[in-house]
Structure formats: structure tokens, C-alpha cells
Write a protein that binds this ligand. Sequence first.
Ligand SMILES: Nc1ncnc2c1ncn2[C@@H]1O[C@H](COP(=O)(O)OP(=O)(O)OP(=O)(O)O)[C@@H](O)[C@H]1O
Ligand SMILES: [Mg+2]
Length: 240
Amino acid sequence: MSSKNTKDHLNKGQNTKNPVIEVNHLAFAYVEDPVLTDINFTLHGQESLAIYGANGSGKSTLMRLLLGELSAAKDTIYIFGQDVTEKKDWHDVGYVPQMNVTRNVSFPVTPLEMLASCQIRKMSFIKMPGKKHYEVARKTLKRFSLLDYGKVPFTELSGGLQQRTMIARAMLAEPNLLILDEPTAGVDEQNKKDFLQLLNTLKDEDGISYILVTHEKDLVEQMVNIDQAYEIRNGVLENV
Ligand SMILES: Nc1ncnc2c1ncn2[C@@H]1O[C@H](COP(=O)(O)OP(=O)(O)OP(=O)(O)O)[C@@H](O)[C@H]1O
Ligand SMILES: [Mg+2]
């Protein structure tokens, strides 16, 4: 894997005095019963954090709060020093959605098209990817060893390749933080190992931090280099 921009990227992540994420006494309820009661953690630059929990324990809810998709109370979540309720520019945060969500992609988009068109943020009048966007997409596919699959419909790719495509897509904007929700659901053992190695490479070479949630306890046990690991239960994080 090339280490393009490694230094700049590391500096971007580490020069900041602020933690990457700070969560203080976060509580949340959709209706009456609280899903999260008192969540607290701090993640610094180039650090990794994993949370496992049973189905329905609130993992996706927590991720959606971190991403500003659900409204957290003011003063409970800070991302790069900014209160999440005030955050407008999200280019520094990459998101890899729950695998069973990506499996629902029903139109025949290819990884190349996916990576070219998601650069839309950088496009001006005509909202169609141009030559430059395809070049960047090809370069990124190459970096993630996906170039051979660039023109294969996403739905025909194996779970492991779909997941790698989603990570490549999330890394396009060169984020400093990756948030991954159940990234290995339905992925076989070898692909899980490759995936964990890829995450550590991104951490070491690109200087990213990452947060991963999963219902698979064994995935967290395999993460030997993880900086922080928790179980989410009854709305709080417990050390594991
Ligand atoms: N939009 C919603 N409205 C009301 N309740 C919800 C909503 N989304 C989730 N819930 C409830 O909140 C709780 C936590 O759900 P969440 O999806 O965060 O769990 P999870 O740990 O991600 O589960 P899974 O392992 O199945 O992905 C569950 O009881 C769920 O039924
Ligand atoms: Mg979930």
C-alpha cells in the first residue's frame, strides 16, 4: 500500500490539541425507555476503539449520534474539539455502514462508479463524475487492491470485497476518523483478518483513528493492537 501524503495526514491528525472524540455522559432514548444511559470515552489521534454488544444494545444508535444523524444533547459529544450539534463539515469523518445495509444496494453500480460519483462534493455545475474523478477512483481502487473488480457490479462482489470497497469509499476524502458499524457481518475468517490488518495499516500509514462496533465478541478478541475495548450493556460501556 502506498504511503502518499502520509506525513501531511499524520500531522493533520496529531497537531490538534483536541481529542478526536470526547463523549461525556451521553444518554439517548428514541421514545421513553433509554437506549443509552451514560456513555463516556475519549479517543485521541491515531487511536483505535472497539465496542461489542448484543443485538439491540445500542451500537448503531451510538454511531448515529457520533455522526450527527441522531440529535445528541449539547455538550455531550465533541469531534475534533467541536460540539457535534454544531458540526457542519464532515469531510474529516469517514463512515463504513453496517454490512447488511450495504448488501441492500439494488442498482447495478460498480466500485469504479461508486468511488467516482461519491466525489460529488468536489464537483461544480454538472453533477456527473468526470475524467479526473475516475482517475482518483482508479488510484484509490488500486491502493486497496480492488482495481481488478472496478467494473464488476457491487452486488456480485464477495462480502469481503464489498466491505473493502466501502472502506475505500470512506477513505476517499482522506478523513482523520473512521467510524465502522458491524463491518464484518457475513465476512469469512480470512477476510476478517485481512480487514483488521487493513485498518491497522490505515492507522499507521494515514494516521487515522477508528471506532468499530460489532456484535461479534471474537472480532474484538482478535484485535490485539486495539487501544480501547468495551462492551455496551444496559446503556453504558464496560471495560473488557
Ligand atoms: N428508529 C428507532 N425508533 C425506535 N427505536 C429504535 C429505533 N432504532 C433502534 N431502536 C431501538 O433501539 C435499541 C437499540 O438499537 P440499535 O439499532 O442501536 O442496536 P444495535 O446494537 O445496533 O443492534 P444490532 O446488533 O441489531 O445492529 C433497540 O431496542 C431498537 O429496537
Ligand atoms: Mg446495529
